[in-house]
Every structure is written in C-alpha cells, then in structure tokens.
Design a binder for this molecule. Structure first.
Ligand SMILES: *Cc1c(COP(=O)(O)O)cnc(C)c1O
Length: 475
C-alpha cells in the first residue's frame, strides 16, 4: 500500500482540471448572478478523480479504532458491541422523520417507545418511574441531584446542601453536585477498596442535618460490589438524606441485583454504555433518571421533549432483542470475562485489591517495578498489537492504574489473545524495555507529548509541495 496516501490532505492530490463528478444537463437556462454576489477568485477546492477521493477517505477511515475493529477494554466506559439491528431500528423512517412539534395523535408510536423503555428500565432497576430527558450520564447525575434538592426544599428543609461522594467516584459525581449548587464532602475508601464505614459514621454524626444525599457507584470504580449498602443506606436515611445510585455501567447488575431493592431513591443509567449505543467523541448519549415512588413529581425539565430519542430507540431494541431471559446473562458474563482476564494476568501485573471483581478491575502497573516501564508505556505498546488501550491513571487511588473492562460480548479466544499480548508486553518490559517505552511503533503517528498537545495544539497542517506528494517513482 502506498503509505503516502495515508493521512495526507485531499488537497495534496489535487490536479488542475481533474474532475470526479458530472452534473445533469442544465434544463433551466442561464441566470445572471449579480457581480456583487460573485466571488472574485475561484474557490480553493481540490480537483480530484473519483477513485482518488474514495481511496483517500477510505484510508482515513481506517485510522479510526472502534469496537467493530478490535477489542476495546476501556474500563468504566463499557465499550460493548453495538448490534447493527439497533441502527436499523433507530433509522426506521416513521421514527427518524418525526418532528417533535407534530400533532400528538401522530406521535403515538414514539410515545409508546418511551413508555416501553421506561417500563423496562423500572423492571430492571426496581425504580418506580424514569425520565428519558438527560443527554448523558453526567447530565443524569445533575438531573437526579436536582430532584433531591427539590425534594428537600419542598419539605422546607433548606439546610441540606451536603453531598457525600466516595473518593473512588467518577469525577462527574462531585462535578455534578457542584453544578447543582451543592457542597461535596468526600468519604474515604478502605484498603479493600470499599466505602470506609467508620469514616462515614463520623461524617453522619457531625453533619447529619446538612446531608442532602450520598452518591454511590456500584459496582464501584474498582469493579467491586459495595457489600455494605444495607448499613450505608440505613445510616443516610436515618439522618434524612437520600441515596443516589450512579448506574452508568449497569451491565454487571443486569440479572443480579436492582438498585431499587437496595434502598436507593434516585439513580441514572447510561443507555449508551449499558444498553449499547455507539459512544465516544462526546456523544450522543442518554442518561435516564429513575426515582422511587413519590419523587417523580420533582423531575425537572432539563431538555426539551424526550432527550436523545434515537438513543432510546437503540436501547429498547437492544433490551427487546435480548429478551427478559437473556438480559439476565449480561451481568454474570460481564463478571466472568473480567475475572478471567484478572486471574490470568495477576502474576505479572500488580493487583492491589485481590478478590472477586464485577465487570472491571484495576491493575497498578506491572508487577516488576524494576524495569521502569509504566502503565502509559504498556498502554501505548498495546496499540502496536492492534488493541485499544485500557483506561489509564484512573481511578486516582493508585499511581499506575490500568483499568480493564472486557464486557460480556467477547469470546474466550479474544480474551486469550489479549491476555497473551499483555503477557508478551510484560516480557518485553524485562528483555527490551526501550521497545515498550518508545511505543507505539506501528501507528500513523508515534507518541505525542500529551501536555504540549493539550496546551499548544497545532491545528493546521503544512501542505506538502505538489511534487512531494505525487512523486512516488523515485522512492
Ligand atoms: C461514564 C460514567 C459517567 C459519566 O457518563 P457520561 O455519559 O460520560 O456523562 C458517570 N459515572 C460513571 C461511573 C461512569 O462510568
């Protein structure tokens, strides 16, 4: 393959007078365009033949990585396979061409979709009612906290401004609380990786009447099931606070346990993670919020109409195509896959918290710290082998966090392939650390300076001279 084609600008393939299209014969006669509206110079557009255009964009698209290309074990992101039937359903013309301001009697089908999805979510979570309005997980958190704030204010209990957030929480939790105008207080984790009950008891004692809510992610960001939820729930409820469940990644719970049964009052789910909608690059997503009975009166209006309706369509298609029986396999399989990888690698990667995990787990870098090879190096080296890197340097509880979430979809062969490569990299770290430290070697660009790229991004591209781009004979 001609690598010069890869990544260059379409402008560099331009040849004056070259054309890749033809227009139908003009049947309308010529119209005079006033001089004032005419451009003074020709537009700077590339002039290319059709095949060059096709190859250029096809090669560019091959630079992308997605679940359809390969294994994508990005912890806390649930990059599961997105069945193509979801796309077909979401693109059905009667739904796709809907306008939100159409007369209500013409949108009954769409309403039925929303109702069915909300009912399914209630059944899967044990909640009483859902709103589909929030556009993302973080938006769901904000919505849920607004419900909680309104609930307290409605009872005239204005002093409740404190939100308890475990130190292992996703960064969006404290951020959402702050955006909602509430104060954040952190509760520590034990060495086991669970909420520190003693720390929480102290907090509840001193701050009881000011506590609006406690936010919990379960399984938490270390992939661990918070076993003390019954005690925690009791503590918070006794002092008048509400329990918030961050259900962004609900896969491991499907078929196993329900937040509603655990005593949670408010929760959100990321439809784009748990129920399979392509995500990344910032959207689109959906973070429906569910509440226990009585709280639905406090749902705020956080978006017009029904949020990202096409995401809801995909989620419903996914739930219905799995069916009531198979949806119960999601949790056990996600859990099995994560534990399989963990157990096969824990002799070469540092596992700070051993034991059964749920859908994901965290390594603290390579076990052998003498090689100088970091989590960043391992992540970059994985790219050379055709894998997406896991989540790195999150959660912040460890210095070299490497967070792996395989999802329930992957076959044993895929998991074995990944395990073999992770072991290979651990070997390389000992035998030839420089290879790992200078990775990636096989991607279009090698390692970038993250800080420089973020602070001083170069957003323009120096165009090669026409001679440079096209003279391949002399290479
Ligand atoms: C992804 C995630 C979020 C945020 O969801 P967005 O849709 O990205 O806003 C919140 N909490 C947890 C635990 C998550 O994994």
């Amino acid at each position: 393959m001609n690598n010069r084609l890869y990544g260059n600008l379409i402008f560099e393939w331009s040849q004056e007078g070259r054309q890749g299209y033809s227009l139908p014969k003009n049947r309308f006669g010529n119209y005079e365009i006033p001089d004032a509206l005419r451009r003074q110079e020709d537009a700077q557009l590339p002039e290319c033949d059709e095949m060059t255009v096709v190859r250029h964009y096809t090669n560019l698209s091959a630079n992308n990585f997605g679940v359809d290309n390969g294994f994508y074990p990005l912890g806390s992101c649930t990059m599961k396979y997105n069945p193509k039937i979801n796309e077909e359903v979401a693109a059905l013309p009667p739904f796709q061409n809907l306008h939100p301001l159409q007369p209500a009697e013409t949108t009954r089908g769409a309403e039925a979709v929303c109702t069915m999805l909300c009912r399914s979510l209630c059944e899967l979570t044990g909640m009483h009612a859902f709103t589909l309005k929030p556009y993302a997980g973080a938006h769901g958190e904000l919505t849920g906290l607004m419900v909680i704030r309104k609930y307290h204010e409605h009872r005239g209990d204005d002093a409740r401004r404190l939100v308890i957030v475990p130190d292992s929480a996703h960064g969006t939790n404290p951020a959402s609380a702050a955006v909602c105008g509430l104060e954040i207080v952190e509760v520590k984790s034990t060495a086991e990786g669970l909420v520190d009950l003693d720390d929480l008891i102290q907090l509840v004692k001193s701050e009881g009447p000011r506590i609006a809510a406690m936010m919990m992610t379960n399984p938490n960001t270390l992939g661990l099931f918070e076993r003390q939820i019954p005690e925690i729930e009791k503590l918070i409820h006794e002092v008048g606070g509400l329990m918030y469940y961050d259900g962004a990644n609900l896969n491991p719970m499907l078929g196993a346990a329900r937040p509603g049964d655990m005593g949670f009052d408010v929760m959100h789910i990321n439809l784009h993670k748990t129920f399979s909608t392509p995500h990344g690059g910032g959207g689109p997503g959906a973070g429906p919020v569910g509440v226990r009975e009585g709280l639905e009166a406090f749902f705020p209006t956080v978006s017009p109409y029904h949020g990202n309706f096409a995401v809801a369509m995909r989620a419903l298609a996914y739930i219905l195509s799995l069916g009531r029986e198979n949806v119960k396999m999601v949790g056990p399989l996600a859990t099995l896959n994560a534990n399989y990888i963990k157990e096969c690698l824990k002799d070469v990667y540092e596992l700070p918290i051993d034991g059964l995990c749920k859908h994901e787990f965290v390594f603290d870098g390579l076990k052998d710290k003498s090689t100088g090879v970091t989590t960043m190096d391992v992540a970059k080296r994985l790219l050379d082998y055709g894998y997406h890197a896991p989540t790195i340097y999150f959660p912040l509880l460890f210095h070299e966090s490497l967070m792996i979430e395989p999802t329930e979809n992957e076959s044993k062969e895929t998991l074995d392939g990944f395990i073999a490569v992770m072991r290979q990299i651990a070997e390389e770290a000992k035998a030839q650390p420089e290879t790992v430290k200078s990775a990636p070697h096989h991607t279009p660009i090698s390692r970038v300076d993250d800080v420089l790229a973020a602070k001083h991004p170069i957003t323009t591209y120096r165009q090669l001279l026409a001679d440079d781009a096209t003279s391949s004979c002399d290479e």
